[in-house]
Design a protein around this ligand. Structure first.
Ligand SMILES: [Zn+2]
Length: 233
């Protein structure tokens, strides 16, 4: 009887494809960083999010977006969508800038473990309403959130690296948008838009398409895998 479990799992995933929630960073009055030509980060993140959604449409996964237009979506609204949609993966898309204007490369961030460990740490007064966050996470929730996210980030980094993208950093972070979720969460900084070479490269639609296609290829396989496998991996 128990030997049938993997078959049931496969059927379950076949008939109920997992959802990837794509988050285009910033939007509306929240402009984000400024690119070398004056383009705002919010424009580029929405473009990349739409390209990623299109690229994912050829895989057996569902996609949802936190925004489809140039509108302001509060951080807590984004987190609330994670709780409502319960995606297998939450991927927040951003582009980077640095005061030195000399840094380059992609950066991948996953939620910082100590935030999951301290009960109540995720209870924050929502400025824009409506988020219910429990103070205590179950063991599985914690593992999903921390180990699952970390392994997702690391594996994605290796695969992007192998596909020719330079991943400069994979690190834990306390960004609210990924720490306020209880699913596998990842923040992708798609390169430095204020760098004199990388910035212009990112402004080319062909480059963003290439990045979206590669992100889609890897996320489709990594997110479809049950998180339990990635925890023990
Ligand atoms: Zn950003």
């Amino acid at each position: 009887m128990f030997t049938m479990a993997p078959v049931w799992f496969s059927l379950l995933y076949f008939f109920q494809p997992v959802t990837i929630l794509i988050d285009a960073g910033h939007g509306g009055t929240n402009l984000g960083a400024e690119a070398v030509d004056g383009t705002w980060e919010k424009v580029l993140t929405l473009d990349l999010a739409q390209r990623l959604e299109r690229a994912l449409s050829v895989y057996p996964v569902r996609t949802e977006m936190t925004r489809r237009q140039d509108v302001h979506v509060g951080l807590w609204r984004r987190a609330e969508m994670v709780r409502q949609i319960r995606p297998a993966c939450f991927v927040s898309l951003h582009f980077n800038a640095s005061p030195l204007k000399s840094r380059t490369g992609l950066e991948l961030y996953f939620p910082r473990e100590d935030l999951a460990k301290s009960p109540g740490a995720r209870l924050r007064a929502p400025a824009d309403g409506g988020l219910l966050v429990e103070g205590y996470l179950s063991r599985l929730q914690k593992e999903t959130w921390t180990v699952g996210s970390r392994n997702l980030a690391r594996r994605l980094a290796w695969r992007l690296d192998a596909a020719g993208f330079r991943v400069a950093q994979v690190a834990p972070a306390a960004f609210d948008v990924i720490t306020a979720t209880d699913t596998r969460a990842l923040l992708v900084e798609g390169g430095f838009i204020d760098h004199e070479r990388e910035g212009w490269k990112i402004l080319e639609p062909a480059y963003r398409e290439q990045l979206a296609v590669n992100l889609a290829r890897q996320l489709a396989t990594l997110c479809i895998e049950p998180v339990e496998n990635q925890i023990t991996w």
